[in-house]
Design a protein around this ligand. Structure first.
Ligand code: AHR
Length: 516
Protein backbone atom coordinates (compact mmCIF):
# COMPACT_ATOMS: atom_id res chain seq x y z
CA UNK A 1 0.00 0.00 0.00
CA UNK A 2 1.25 3.48 -0.81
CA UNK A 3 1.64 5.67 2.24
CA UNK A 4 -0.77 8.58 2.30
CA UNK A 5 1.65 11.46 2.67
CA UNK A 6 1.25 14.49 0.52
CA UNK A 7 3.09 17.65 -0.39
CA UNK A 8 5.68 18.91 2.01
CA UNK A 9 4.99 15.86 4.11
CA UNK A 10 7.42 14.01 1.84
CA UNK A 11 10.34 15.91 3.25
CA UNK A 12 9.25 15.03 6.74
CA UNK A 13 8.86 11.43 5.64
CA UNK A 14 12.42 11.21 4.33
CA UNK A 15 15.32 10.56 6.70
CA UNK A 16 17.29 13.65 7.75
CA UNK A 17 20.28 12.40 5.76
CA UNK A 18 18.21 12.84 2.61
CA UNK A 19 16.88 16.31 3.31
CA UNK A 20 16.95 18.27 0.07
CA UNK A 21 19.49 21.05 -0.04
CA UNK A 22 17.69 23.24 -2.55
CA UNK A 23 20.73 25.48 -3.07
CA UNK A 24 22.58 22.55 -4.49
CA UNK A 25 19.72 21.40 -6.73
CA UNK A 26 20.41 21.04 -10.43
CA UNK A 27 18.13 23.12 -12.65
CA UNK A 28 16.29 20.93 -15.13
CA UNK A 29 13.62 21.92 -17.63
CA UNK A 30 11.19 19.50 -19.24
CA UNK A 31 9.22 20.35 -22.37
CA UNK A 32 6.44 17.99 -23.32
CA UNK A 33 5.03 18.13 -26.83
CA UNK A 34 1.39 17.24 -26.42
CA UNK A 35 0.72 17.72 -30.13
CA UNK A 36 2.57 14.54 -31.12
CA UNK A 37 1.11 11.40 -29.53
CA UNK A 38 3.08 8.20 -30.03
CA UNK A 39 1.74 4.67 -30.41
CA UNK A 40 -0.06 3.41 -27.30
CA UNK A 41 2.09 1.78 -24.60
CA UNK A 42 1.09 -1.87 -24.80
CA UNK A 43 0.45 -3.09 -21.26
CA UNK A 44 2.34 -6.26 -22.16
CA UNK A 45 5.63 -4.39 -21.81
CA UNK A 46 5.05 -4.86 -18.07
CA UNK A 47 5.34 -8.64 -18.48
CA UNK A 48 7.22 -11.17 -16.38
CA UNK A 49 9.40 -14.20 -16.93
CA UNK A 50 9.20 -17.32 -14.74
CA UNK A 51 11.65 -20.11 -15.49
CA UNK A 52 12.36 -23.43 -13.78
CA UNK A 53 15.42 -21.88 -12.22
CA UNK A 54 16.41 -21.79 -8.57
CA UNK A 55 13.37 -20.99 -6.44
CA UNK A 56 11.67 -18.99 -9.16
CA UNK A 57 8.89 -21.58 -9.42
CA UNK A 58 9.31 -24.08 -6.58
CA UNK A 59 9.10 -22.20 -3.29
CA UNK A 60 8.57 -18.86 -5.02
CA UNK A 61 5.23 -19.55 -6.68
CA UNK A 62 4.40 -23.18 -6.09
CA UNK A 63 4.43 -24.73 -2.61
CA UNK A 64 1.84 -27.46 -3.21
CA UNK A 65 -1.60 -27.90 -1.71
CA UNK A 66 -0.28 -29.58 1.45
CA UNK A 67 2.14 -26.80 2.36
CA UNK A 68 1.83 -24.94 5.65
CA UNK A 69 2.46 -21.79 3.67
CA UNK A 70 -0.97 -20.32 2.90
CA UNK A 71 -1.80 -21.23 -0.68
CA UNK A 72 -4.52 -21.33 -3.29
CA UNK A 73 -4.47 -24.80 -4.85
CA UNK A 74 -0.70 -24.94 -4.27
CA UNK A 75 0.16 -21.36 -5.33
CA UNK A 76 1.47 -19.06 -2.58
CA UNK A 77 -1.40 -16.76 -1.59
CA UNK A 78 0.95 -13.86 -0.77
CA UNK A 79 2.68 -14.02 -4.14
CA UNK A 80 -0.61 -14.34 -6.05
CA UNK A 81 -2.04 -11.30 -4.23
CA UNK A 82 1.09 -9.21 -4.91
CA UNK A 83 1.08 -10.11 -8.61
CA UNK A 84 -2.62 -9.39 -8.95
CA UNK A 85 -2.08 -5.96 -7.45
CA UNK A 86 0.34 -4.94 -10.21
CA UNK A 87 -1.88 -6.49 -12.91
CA UNK A 88 0.83 -8.65 -14.46
CA UNK A 89 -0.23 -8.75 -18.12
CA UNK A 90 1.78 -11.75 -19.34
CA UNK A 91 4.01 -14.47 -17.89
CA UNK A 92 6.61 -16.32 -19.97
CA UNK A 93 7.34 -19.98 -19.05
CA UNK A 94 9.03 -22.56 -18.75
CA UNK A 95 12.31 -20.93 -19.88
CA UNK A 96 14.80 -19.62 -20.81
CA UNK A 97 17.47 -22.19 -21.39
CA UNK A 98 15.29 -24.68 -19.50
CA UNK A 99 12.72 -24.66 -22.32
CA UNK A 100 14.94 -26.38 -24.86
CA UNK A 101 15.37 -29.49 -22.73
CA UNK A 102 11.79 -29.54 -21.48
CA UNK A 103 9.38 -32.29 -22.45
CA UNK A 104 5.82 -31.15 -21.76
CA UNK A 105 4.72 -34.75 -21.22
CA UNK A 106 6.82 -34.82 -18.02
CA UNK A 107 4.54 -32.22 -16.47
CA UNK A 108 1.02 -33.59 -16.98
CA UNK A 109 -1.04 -36.26 -15.26
CA UNK A 110 -1.02 -37.29 -11.59
CA UNK A 111 1.90 -35.57 -9.85
CA UNK A 112 3.00 -38.72 -8.07
CA UNK A 113 3.59 -40.38 -11.42
CA UNK A 114 5.53 -37.56 -13.05
CA UNK A 115 9.22 -38.20 -13.71
CA UNK A 116 11.99 -36.41 -11.85
CA UNK A 117 14.51 -34.79 -14.14
CA UNK A 118 17.79 -33.02 -13.57
CA UNK A 119 17.83 -29.31 -14.29
CA UNK A 120 21.18 -29.33 -16.07
CA UNK A 121 21.16 -25.63 -16.86
CA UNK A 122 20.44 -24.35 -13.39
CA UNK A 123 22.31 -25.86 -10.51
CA UNK A 124 21.96 -29.52 -11.48
CA UNK A 125 19.08 -29.93 -9.03
CA UNK A 126 16.16 -32.28 -9.50
CA UNK A 127 12.76 -31.14 -10.72
CA UNK A 128 9.88 -33.47 -9.92
CA UNK A 129 7.69 -31.74 -12.50
CA UNK A 130 5.04 -30.90 -9.90
CA UNK A 131 4.65 -27.61 -11.75
CA UNK A 132 3.70 -28.46 -15.32
CA UNK A 133 1.32 -27.31 -18.01
CA UNK A 134 -1.86 -27.34 -15.89
CA UNK A 135 -0.13 -25.66 -12.98
CA UNK A 136 1.29 -22.90 -15.18
CA UNK A 137 -1.78 -22.24 -17.29
CA UNK A 138 -4.07 -22.22 -14.24
CA UNK A 139 -1.61 -19.93 -12.43
CA UNK A 140 -1.65 -17.43 -15.30
CA UNK A 141 -5.45 -17.52 -15.24
CA UNK A 142 -5.49 -17.01 -11.47
CA UNK A 143 -3.20 -14.00 -11.69
CA UNK A 144 -5.07 -12.63 -14.70
CA UNK A 145 -2.04 -12.75 -17.00
CA UNK A 146 -1.79 -13.96 -20.59
CA UNK A 147 0.27 -17.15 -20.81
CA UNK A 148 3.39 -17.13 -22.97
CA UNK A 149 4.72 -20.66 -23.46
CA UNK A 150 8.09 -21.34 -25.09
CA UNK A 151 8.39 -24.59 -26.99
CA UNK A 152 11.45 -26.80 -27.24
CA UNK A 153 13.08 -26.42 -30.67
CA UNK A 154 16.51 -27.46 -29.47
CA UNK A 155 16.05 -31.07 -28.49
CA UNK A 156 12.59 -32.26 -29.56
CA UNK A 157 10.99 -32.51 -33.01
CA UNK A 158 8.19 -30.16 -34.10
CA UNK A 159 5.66 -32.97 -33.65
CA UNK A 160 6.01 -32.75 -29.85
CA UNK A 161 5.42 -29.01 -29.83
CA UNK A 162 2.43 -29.43 -32.17
CA UNK A 163 0.94 -31.97 -29.77
CA UNK A 164 1.54 -29.73 -26.76
CA UNK A 165 -0.24 -26.81 -28.39
CA UNK A 166 -3.14 -29.05 -29.41
CA UNK A 167 -3.34 -30.40 -25.85
CA UNK A 168 -3.61 -26.88 -24.46
CA UNK A 169 -5.89 -25.29 -27.03
CA UNK A 170 -8.20 -27.84 -28.65
CA UNK A 171 -11.90 -28.04 -27.88
CA UNK A 172 -12.46 -31.03 -30.17
CA UNK A 173 -13.46 -34.52 -29.22
CA UNK A 174 -9.94 -35.71 -29.97
CA UNK A 175 -7.36 -37.73 -28.06
CA UNK A 176 -5.14 -34.88 -26.80
CA UNK A 177 -8.04 -32.65 -25.73
CA UNK A 178 -9.62 -35.64 -24.02
CA UNK A 179 -6.36 -36.38 -22.23
CA UNK A 180 -6.38 -32.78 -20.95
CA UNK A 181 -9.98 -33.24 -19.80
CA UNK A 182 -9.04 -36.45 -18.01
CA UNK A 183 -6.27 -34.50 -16.30
CA UNK A 184 -8.78 -32.05 -14.90
CA UNK A 185 -9.19 -29.25 -17.42
CA UNK A 186 -12.28 -29.27 -19.56
CA UNK A 187 -12.10 -26.00 -21.48
CA UNK A 188 -9.02 -25.22 -23.57
CA UNK A 189 -6.79 -22.51 -22.17
CA UNK A 190 -6.40 -19.31 -24.09
CA UNK A 191 -2.78 -19.55 -25.22
CA UNK A 192 -1.96 -16.01 -26.25
CA UNK A 193 1.78 -16.28 -27.02
CA UNK A 194 3.95 -19.14 -28.23
CA UNK A 195 7.73 -18.78 -28.17
CA UNK A 196 9.47 -20.71 -30.92
CA UNK A 197 12.53 -21.65 -28.88
CA UNK A 198 14.78 -19.47 -26.78
CA UNK A 199 18.19 -17.96 -27.48
CA UNK A 200 18.65 -20.26 -30.47
CA UNK A 201 22.07 -18.65 -30.97
CA UNK A 202 23.15 -19.91 -27.51
CA UNK A 203 21.71 -22.37 -24.97
CA UNK A 204 18.79 -23.04 -27.35
CA UNK A 205 20.97 -24.81 -29.90
CA UNK A 206 24.03 -22.70 -30.78
CA UNK A 207 22.60 -21.99 -34.21
CA UNK A 208 23.78 -19.38 -36.65
CA UNK A 209 21.24 -16.85 -37.88
CA UNK A 210 20.40 -18.60 -41.14
CA UNK A 211 19.87 -21.97 -39.48
CA UNK A 212 17.86 -20.42 -36.64
CA UNK A 213 15.65 -18.70 -39.20
CA UNK A 214 14.98 -22.01 -40.96
CA UNK A 215 14.25 -23.72 -37.65
CA UNK A 216 11.79 -20.96 -36.81
CA UNK A 217 10.05 -21.32 -40.17
CA UNK A 218 9.88 -25.10 -39.79
CA UNK A 219 8.58 -25.28 -36.21
CA UNK A 220 6.13 -22.45 -36.61
CA UNK A 221 4.58 -24.23 -39.60
CA UNK A 222 3.48 -27.09 -37.39
CA UNK A 223 2.42 -25.48 -34.13
CA UNK A 224 -1.06 -24.08 -34.50
CA UNK A 225 -3.90 -23.16 -32.19
CA UNK A 226 -7.48 -22.61 -33.41
CA UNK A 227 -7.44 -19.39 -35.45
CA UNK A 228 -10.09 -17.85 -33.17
CA UNK A 229 -7.53 -17.85 -30.35
CA UNK A 230 -5.31 -15.38 -32.22
CA UNK A 231 -2.16 -16.98 -30.79
CA UNK A 232 0.98 -15.03 -31.62
CA UNK A 233 4.12 -16.98 -32.53
CA UNK A 234 7.30 -15.36 -31.29
CA UNK A 235 10.52 -16.06 -33.18
CA UNK A 236 13.59 -16.28 -30.98
CA UNK A 237 15.82 -13.31 -31.75
CA UNK A 238 19.13 -11.70 -30.97
CA UNK A 239 20.89 -10.55 -27.83
CA UNK A 240 22.46 -7.30 -26.82
CA UNK A 241 24.96 -9.01 -24.55
CA UNK A 242 27.26 -10.84 -26.93
CA UNK A 243 28.67 -10.11 -30.31
CA UNK A 244 29.17 -12.96 -32.72
CA UNK A 245 26.44 -15.52 -33.11
CA UNK A 246 23.50 -13.75 -31.47
CA UNK A 247 24.62 -10.28 -32.53
CA UNK A 248 21.86 -7.70 -32.41
CA UNK A 249 22.26 -6.57 -36.00
CA UNK A 250 23.20 -9.64 -38.03
CA UNK A 251 21.04 -12.16 -36.16
CA UNK A 252 18.01 -9.87 -36.36
CA UNK A 253 18.63 -9.43 -40.08
CA UNK A 254 18.87 -13.19 -40.63
CA UNK A 255 15.61 -13.78 -38.74
CA UNK A 256 13.76 -11.01 -40.53
CA UNK A 257 14.99 -12.20 -43.91
CA UNK A 258 14.50 -15.92 -43.67
CA UNK A 259 12.47 -16.69 -40.58
CA UNK A 260 9.16 -17.04 -42.38
CA UNK A 261 6.37 -14.53 -42.02
CA UNK A 262 7.06 -13.38 -38.50
CA UNK A 263 4.45 -12.00 -36.14
CA UNK A 264 6.90 -11.09 -33.41
CA UNK A 265 10.63 -11.33 -32.88
CA UNK A 266 12.26 -11.47 -29.47
CA UNK A 267 15.33 -9.69 -28.17
CA UNK A 268 17.21 -10.21 -24.91
CA UNK A 269 19.40 -7.76 -23.09
CA UNK A 270 20.63 -7.82 -19.52
CA UNK A 271 22.25 -4.90 -17.72
CA UNK A 272 25.03 -7.31 -16.91
CA UNK A 273 28.66 -6.33 -16.45
CA UNK A 274 31.02 -8.41 -18.59
CA UNK A 275 33.40 -10.87 -16.97
CA UNK A 276 33.02 -13.28 -14.10
CA UNK A 277 32.74 -10.69 -11.37
CA UNK A 278 29.50 -8.84 -11.96
CA UNK A 279 29.65 -7.08 -8.65
CA UNK A 280 27.38 -7.45 -5.64
CA UNK A 281 23.68 -6.65 -5.61
CA UNK A 282 24.09 -4.58 -2.44
CA UNK A 283 27.06 -3.05 -0.64
CA UNK A 284 28.47 -1.54 -3.83
CA UNK A 285 30.20 1.78 -4.41
CA UNK A 286 29.18 4.64 -6.64
CA UNK A 287 31.26 3.22 -9.50
CA UNK A 288 28.92 0.22 -9.66
CA UNK A 289 25.84 2.43 -9.33
CA UNK A 290 26.94 4.50 -12.33
CA UNK A 291 28.07 1.48 -14.34
CA UNK A 292 24.79 -0.37 -13.82
CA UNK A 293 22.61 2.57 -14.81
CA UNK A 294 24.80 3.12 -17.84
CA UNK A 295 24.38 -0.55 -18.79
CA UNK A 296 20.61 -0.24 -18.36
CA UNK A 297 20.58 2.79 -20.63
CA UNK A 298 22.25 0.73 -23.36
CA UNK A 299 18.81 -0.76 -23.97
CA UNK A 300 17.94 2.40 -25.91
CA UNK A 301 20.65 2.21 -28.63
CA UNK A 302 20.14 -1.55 -28.83
CA UNK A 303 16.39 -1.30 -29.40
CA UNK A 304 17.04 1.48 -31.90
CA UNK A 305 19.55 -0.70 -33.74
CA UNK A 306 17.31 -3.78 -33.81
CA UNK A 307 14.30 -1.66 -34.86
CA UNK A 308 16.30 -0.15 -37.72
CA UNK A 309 17.11 -3.63 -39.04
CA UNK A 310 13.46 -4.63 -38.68
CA UNK A 311 12.39 -1.45 -40.50
CA UNK A 312 14.50 -2.49 -43.46
CA UNK A 313 12.57 -5.73 -43.92
CA UNK A 314 9.28 -4.58 -42.46
CA UNK A 315 8.80 -0.85 -43.08
CA UNK A 316 5.12 -1.10 -42.17
CA UNK A 317 6.09 -2.33 -38.70
CA UNK A 318 3.88 -5.39 -38.82
CA UNK A 319 6.36 -7.50 -36.85
CA UNK A 320 6.46 -6.65 -33.17
CA UNK A 321 9.62 -6.60 -31.09
CA UNK A 322 9.34 -8.45 -27.77
CA UNK A 323 12.12 -7.77 -25.27
CA UNK A 324 11.21 -10.90 -23.40
CA UNK A 325 14.28 -11.05 -21.15
CA UNK A 326 15.77 -7.97 -19.53
CA UNK A 327 16.99 -6.80 -16.15
CA UNK A 328 20.01 -6.44 -13.91
CA UNK A 329 22.35 -9.39 -13.45
CA UNK A 330 24.91 -9.40 -10.61
CA UNK A 331 26.90 -11.96 -8.67
CA UNK A 332 24.43 -14.19 -6.94
CA UNK A 333 24.11 -13.77 -3.18
CA UNK A 334 27.00 -15.33 -1.26
CA UNK A 335 25.92 -18.66 0.19
CA UNK A 336 23.02 -19.13 -2.23
CA UNK A 337 22.89 -22.32 -4.29
CA UNK A 338 25.25 -22.12 -7.29
CA UNK A 339 23.33 -21.63 -10.51
CA UNK A 340 20.21 -20.25 -8.80
CA UNK A 341 20.86 -16.63 -9.85
CA UNK A 342 19.40 -15.36 -6.58
CA UNK A 343 20.22 -11.69 -6.00
CA UNK A 344 19.00 -8.92 -3.73
CA UNK A 345 17.23 -5.96 -5.26
CA UNK A 346 17.84 -2.37 -4.26
CA UNK A 347 17.07 1.21 -5.14
CA UNK A 348 19.63 0.82 -7.93
CA UNK A 349 17.38 -1.84 -9.50
CA UNK A 350 14.37 0.43 -9.15
CA UNK A 351 16.27 2.93 -11.29
CA UNK A 352 17.23 0.21 -13.79
CA UNK A 353 13.54 -0.73 -14.06
CA UNK A 354 12.30 2.84 -14.43
CA UNK A 355 14.94 3.81 -17.00
CA UNK A 356 14.21 0.67 -19.02
CA UNK A 357 10.43 1.10 -18.93
CA UNK A 358 10.92 4.73 -20.03
CA UNK A 359 12.96 3.44 -22.99
CA UNK A 360 10.15 1.06 -23.95
CA UNK A 361 7.71 3.99 -23.73
CA UNK A 362 9.87 5.76 -26.33
CA UNK A 363 9.77 2.79 -28.73
CA UNK A 364 6.11 1.85 -28.71
CA UNK A 365 6.03 1.67 -32.50
CA UNK A 366 7.94 -1.64 -32.26
CA UNK A 367 8.15 -2.79 -28.65
CA UNK A 368 4.82 -4.41 -27.85
CA UNK A 369 5.82 -6.84 -25.11
CA UNK A 370 8.64 -7.21 -22.62
CA UNK A 371 9.34 -9.60 -19.77
CA UNK A 372 11.62 -8.73 -16.90
CA UNK A 373 13.88 -11.56 -15.74
CA UNK A 374 12.58 -12.89 -13.52
CA UNK A 375 9.37 -12.64 -11.53
CA UNK A 376 10.29 -14.30 -8.21
CA UNK A 377 13.67 -15.07 -6.55
CA UNK A 378 15.75 -14.93 -9.75
CA UNK A 379 17.83 -12.00 -11.07
CA UNK A 380 15.89 -8.69 -11.01
CA UNK A 381 12.90 -10.07 -9.17
CA UNK A 382 9.63 -8.44 -8.18
CA UNK A 383 9.37 -10.66 -5.16
CA UNK A 384 11.78 -12.52 -2.87
CA UNK A 385 10.66 -15.40 -0.68
CA UNK A 386 12.25 -17.36 2.11
CA UNK A 387 10.04 -20.19 3.36
CA UNK A 388 6.83 -18.51 4.53
CA UNK A 389 8.32 -14.99 4.30
CA UNK A 390 7.96 -12.70 1.32
CA UNK A 391 9.29 -9.25 0.49
CA UNK A 392 8.36 -6.90 -2.31
CA UNK A 393 11.42 -5.41 -3.96
CA UNK A 394 12.04 -1.82 -5.09
CA UNK A 395 11.56 -3.14 -8.65
CA UNK A 396 8.07 -4.34 -7.69
CA UNK A 397 7.29 -0.87 -6.39
CA UNK A 398 8.33 0.70 -9.70
CA UNK A 399 6.04 -1.67 -11.59
CA UNK A 400 3.26 -0.71 -9.18
CA UNK A 401 3.89 3.03 -9.58
CA UNK A 402 4.05 2.72 -13.38
CA UNK A 403 0.62 1.09 -13.71
CA UNK A 404 -1.03 4.27 -15.09
CA UNK A 405 1.24 3.91 -18.14
CA UNK A 406 -0.42 0.65 -19.20
CA UNK A 407 -2.27 1.40 -22.46
CA UNK A 408 -1.42 5.10 -22.10
CA UNK A 409 -0.54 7.33 -25.06
CA UNK A 410 3.02 8.64 -24.81
CA UNK A 411 4.30 12.09 -25.76
CA UNK A 412 7.79 13.27 -26.55
CA UNK A 413 9.47 14.99 -23.63
CA UNK A 414 12.75 16.85 -24.04
CA UNK A 415 14.87 17.33 -20.96
CA UNK A 416 17.46 20.09 -20.58
CA UNK A 417 19.77 19.79 -17.62
CA UNK A 418 23.14 18.55 -16.48
CA UNK A 419 24.49 15.04 -16.81
CA UNK A 420 25.23 12.82 -13.88
CA UNK A 421 28.69 11.41 -14.40
CA UNK A 422 30.99 9.22 -12.36
CA UNK A 423 33.96 7.03 -13.14
CA UNK A 424 33.66 7.44 -16.90
CA UNK A 425 29.89 6.89 -17.00
CA UNK A 426 27.79 9.86 -18.05
CA UNK A 427 24.03 10.09 -18.46
CA UNK A 428 21.26 12.67 -18.22
CA UNK A 429 20.67 13.35 -14.55
CA UNK A 430 16.91 13.35 -15.03
CA UNK A 431 15.00 10.97 -17.27
CA UNK A 432 11.34 11.63 -18.02
CA UNK A 433 8.41 9.80 -19.57
CA UNK A 434 4.99 11.37 -20.15
CA UNK A 435 1.78 9.72 -21.30
CA UNK A 436 -1.97 10.20 -21.16
CA UNK A 437 -3.53 7.30 -19.31
CA UNK A 438 -6.65 5.41 -20.27
CA UNK A 439 -8.39 7.46 -17.58
CA UNK A 440 -7.69 10.64 -19.57
CA UNK A 441 -5.15 11.96 -17.05
CA UNK A 442 -1.61 12.93 -17.90
CA UNK A 443 1.16 11.06 -16.07
CA UNK A 444 4.84 11.85 -15.78
CA UNK A 445 7.62 9.55 -14.57
CA UNK A 446 10.79 11.21 -13.33
CA UNK A 447 14.06 9.42 -12.55
CA UNK A 448 16.96 11.16 -10.83
CA UNK A 449 20.09 9.12 -11.57
CA UNK A 450 22.37 11.25 -9.40
CA UNK A 451 22.90 9.58 -6.02
CA UNK A 452 23.79 12.90 -4.34
CA UNK A 453 22.16 15.84 -6.02
CA UNK A 454 18.49 16.81 -6.07
CA UNK A 455 16.95 18.32 -9.19
CA UNK A 456 14.63 21.30 -9.46
CA UNK A 457 12.48 20.29 -12.43
CA UNK A 458 10.42 22.96 -14.20
CA UNK A 459 7.95 21.66 -16.78
CA UNK A 460 5.84 23.32 -19.44
CA UNK A 461 2.77 21.61 -18.02
CA UNK A 462 0.33 23.35 -15.74
CA UNK A 463 -1.02 22.60 -12.29
CA UNK A 464 0.37 20.78 -9.29
CA UNK A 465 1.62 17.27 -9.98
CA UNK A 466 0.78 14.65 -7.38
CA UNK A 467 1.76 11.04 -7.06
CA UNK A 468 4.38 8.86 -5.40
CA UNK A 469 8.11 8.62 -5.08
CA UNK A 470 10.53 5.80 -4.33
CA UNK A 471 13.86 6.70 -2.77
CA UNK A 472 16.04 5.80 0.18
CA UNK A 473 19.00 6.91 2.24
CA UNK A 474 21.55 4.76 0.38
CA UNK A 475 22.13 3.65 -3.21
CA UNK A 476 21.51 0.07 -2.13
CA UNK A 477 18.51 0.64 0.13
CA UNK A 478 16.57 -2.60 -0.01
CA UNK A 479 14.00 -4.70 1.77
CA UNK A 480 14.96 -7.79 3.75
CA UNK A 481 12.97 -10.55 5.40
CA UNK A 482 13.71 -8.89 8.75
CA UNK A 483 12.98 -5.35 7.56
CA UNK A 484 10.55 -5.96 4.70
CA UNK A 485 9.35 -2.39 4.32
CA UNK A 486 12.57 -0.36 4.44
CA UNK A 487 11.80 1.05 0.99
CA UNK A 488 8.36 1.70 -0.41
CA UNK A 489 6.68 4.50 -2.35
CA UNK A 490 5.55 7.54 -0.40
CA UNK A 491 3.29 10.34 -1.53
CA UNK A 492 4.97 13.10 -3.49
CA UNK A 493 3.74 16.31 -4.96
CA UNK A 494 5.19 19.24 -6.80
CA UNK A 495 4.16 22.88 -6.78
CA UNK A 496 2.83 25.32 -9.32
CA UNK A 497 5.19 28.18 -10.10
CA UNK A 498 4.13 30.78 -12.61
CA UNK A 499 1.42 28.37 -13.70
CA UNK A 500 3.93 25.60 -14.42
CA UNK A 501 4.18 22.24 -12.68
CA UNK A 502 7.50 22.12 -10.82
CA UNK A 503 9.11 19.28 -8.87
CA UNK A 504 11.89 19.11 -6.34
CA UNK A 505 13.18 15.66 -7.08
CA UNK A 506 15.44 14.14 -4.44
CA UNK A 507 18.67 12.44 -5.46
CA UNK A 508 18.44 8.72 -6.46
CA UNK A 509 14.69 8.63 -6.83
CA UNK A 510 11.89 7.48 -9.10
CA UNK A 511 8.60 9.38 -9.08
CA UNK A 512 5.33 9.02 -10.95
CA UNK A 513 2.95 11.96 -10.77
CA UNK A 514 -0.35 12.94 -12.29
CA UNK A 515 -0.05 16.32 -14.01
CA UNK A 516 -2.59 18.51 -15.79
O1 AHR B 1 17.18 -15.62 -17.24
C1 AHR B 1 18.25 -16.51 -17.13
C2 AHR B 1 18.74 -17.02 -18.47
O2 AHR B 1 19.27 -15.96 -19.21
C3 AHR B 1 17.70 -17.61 -19.40
O3 AHR B 1 17.43 -18.94 -19.12
C4 AHR B 1 18.35 -17.47 -20.74
O4 AHR B 1 17.41 -17.37 -21.78
C5 AHR B 1 19.21 -16.23 -20.60
O5 AHR B 1 20.47 -16.43 -21.09
Amino acid sequence: MFRKLFGAALLAALPASMAIAQNDAAQVSVTVDLSKPGAVIDRHIYGQFAEHLGTGIYGGIWVGENSKIPNIHGYRSDVVAALKKIHVPVIRWPGGCFADLYNWRDGIGPRAKRPTRINVHWGGVTDDNAFGTHEFMNFAELVGADPYVSINVGSLPPYDAAQWVEYMTSSENATLANERRANGRDKPWNLKYLGIGNETWGCGGNMNGEYAASINARYSSFVNAPASMGMIKVASGATGNVSGRGDAESFTAAMMKDGGRLQALSFHYYAMPMGKDRGPATGFGENLWARELDLARDMEPLVTKVSAVMDKYDPEKKVALYVDEWGSWYNQEPGSHPGFLYQQNSLRDAEVAALTLDIFHRHTDRVKLAAIAQMVNVLQAMILTDGPKMVLTPTYHVFDMYQPFMEATPFEASVKGPDYSFDGHAMPMVDVSVARGKDGKLYMALVNTDPHRPAHVVTNLSGVGKGHILTGPAMDTHNTFDVPDAIHPVAFSGTSQGGKAVFDLPSKSVAVVEVQ
